[in-house]
Design a protein around this ligand. Sequence first.
Ligand code: FAD
Ligand code: NDP
Length: 371
Amino acid sequence: MVHNKVVIIGSGPGAHTAAIYLSRAELKPVLYEGMLANGTAAGGQLTTTTDVENFPGFPDGINGTELMEHMRKQSARFGTEIITETISKLDLSQRPFKMWTEWNDGPDNPPARTADAVIIATGANARRLDLPGEEKYWQNGISACAVCDGAVPIFRNKPLYVIGGGDSAAEEAMFLAKYGSSVTVLVRRDKLRASKAMANRLLSHPKVTVRFNTVAVEVLGEDKPMGLMTNLRVKDTITGKEEVVDANGLFYAVGHDPATALVKGQVELDNEGYIITQPGTSYTNIRGVFACGDVQDKKYRQAITSAGSGCIAALEAEKYLAESESPESEETRPSAEDRSTVQPAAQEVGRGETKKDLKGTTGEYRQNPLL
Ligand code: FAD
Ligand code: NDP
């Protein structure tokens, strides 16, 4: 059994940003990138898309898989040990934390690794509907992220459809209205789930039509390799009547599934299964367990926000480890109230100061007066 100070579970922008910071802080992080964990390749959700045009630093856009390869290289460059296995079992009930890998997690198997700190960056998966035609036109008209894909030329001045009745559907529809000739939202019930304010904005938007009691039943389009979708068969759930409408874009906003089965029952989750972190931090309810990326963010769900939260998780894990090792300082994970007042750790570790027990490493959190 191998012990490490810090293990990162996941392989998206959140995980790799945490790895870059922790390896530069010479904490020798181990990153389990997964072996098709939750059906997604190592590298996470961006490996399932084509061009990413809103990640800063790439003025001409960059292919999603290529962006993740760059991040992986950068993690490895500073000494992150990357393991292509899926963590299937975690024991966070005692320290050090214990973890097992897929296929080696039986009751008689010893843990593959133990760690003083764990960063959960397992991400989330956009739900799909498995409609006939969905596989063929996925990313050729169908998308699960309007903010990511809405601006591409195939959607300009074209009739677009959104499925869902929640806040995401409302936001996505209004975002798409900037590009499409019209946007129609298909809501399966007779009411929206979105907040009142959002629902009002949606219903009064001049370019958006909301069709209640309506579902999509089939995606139709060009019959050639890489052909684009052109139509959608929709069904009125009250009358059962079906019709084929012109549709050059179809955006799913039917919810996401956060990858939290691994920590369920141990880490505090909200009623939709997302990890609860203290606002503005990566702190979970367990000291030494941090979360970043989409697994704890149901609102923004972007590569850059995941990367930003990965940075926060690394800095907070680094601080936690330094404090745990300090003989004179008691571990102090601040409560929400403490963080708005003066914290002992913040007093001890000021701008550019070095704690005497830190053996000369150059942690970036120590330049941050807020930590
Ligand atoms: P994720 O990308 O969700 O990756 C987590 C990965 O960790 C998993 O996929 C899996 O490989 C691994 N993993 C999970 N569980 C385990 C385990 N138990 N053990 C080991 N490994 C595990 N955002 C943008 O900003 N711009 C875009 O253009 C854009 N386009 C998108 C297009 C599509 C089709 C999709 C689906 C999303 C897009 N997004 C885009 C959103 C963006 O991909 C996500 O917000 C971001 O990837 C989330 O990063 P994350 O770090 O939370 O991890
Ligand atoms: P939600 O779970 O809130 O909404 C999903 C919607 O998709 C529901 O209307 C649901 O219908 C519909 N749906 C689910 N499955 C199907 C299906 N098979 N066919 C047709 N429709 C289906 O997810 P969101 O992503 O919208 O929101 C998640 C959370 O994030 C919420 O708490 C939300 O408030 C928050 N959020 C907040 C934002 C903001 O404040 N700006 C922006 C985005 C999200 P039904 O209602 O019938 O179940």
